[in-house]
Design a protein around this ligand. Structure first.
Ligand code: FMN
Length: 170
């Protein structure tokens, strides 16, 4: 069995955090880390654990217009195909164990892509194994705030333990 981590990222911060989360999960079971445009259809996933990560855009998940804003800013973005909200928005009923994380600027702005993804996934029948979590970035294009990559690795291991997975013997 393999855990899946699917991420969306414009400037690379969520992608970097997804790698850190994967390092934590990998202490318990093999992990596949994929950008959302390369992910298989969500209804086809067979996995003990699905973790999804995305940047917070305008209090929630990205939309075509917010992605255009990111492209205007960066020239090119990592996730330039399918939107996370479209990948999650499968019409099928799902029965996956899921955890969600986002990146959020280090400022008191309400809203969270992780909470939006949790809401969409539980509506489809998924079980949330822990509360949505946010990791901080210093500004719109980053960088990730000091200590957050380490926290992401710890969180990945914690999530794997929550679904009953134990660290593999060395
Ligand atoms: C169009 C746009 C809207 C954004 N809206 C928010 C927001 O509402 N709240 C927030 O905390 N950050 C917001 N941000 C900052 C993003 O969260 C930040 O760019 C992201 O976490 C960086 O991750 P990435 O490099 O993986 O894209 C916004 C960024 C963009 C480009």
């Amino acid at each position: 069995m393999t855990a899946y981590i699917v991420y969306e990222s414009m400037f690379g911060n969520t992608a970097g955090l997804a790698e850190s989360v994967a390092a934590g999960v990998a202490t318990c079971l093999p992990v596949e880390l994929v950008e959302v445009g390369d992910a298989p259809m969500i209804r086809d996933l067979v996995t003990e654990l699905l973790i999804v990560g995305a940047p917070t855009h305008v209090f929630g998940l990205s939309r075509p217009r917010t992605r255009d804003d990111a492209v205007d800013r960066a020239g090119q973005v990592i996730s330039d195909g399918r939107l996370m909200r479209d990948w999650i928005d499968s019409r099928s009923a799902l029965s996956l164990s899921v955890a969600t994380f986002d990146t959020h600027v280090n400022a008191p702005i309400p809203g969270s892509a992780a909470k939006t993804m949790a809401r969409l996934l539980t509506r489809r029948g998924c079980t949330l194994v822990t509360d949505p979590v946010s990791f901080q970035v210093a500004g719109t294009d980053g960088p990730v705030v000091s200590g957050e990559l380490e926290r992401a690795t710890e969180w990945g291991a914690y999530v794997a333990r929550r679904v009953g997975l134990r660290p593999s013997p060395a």
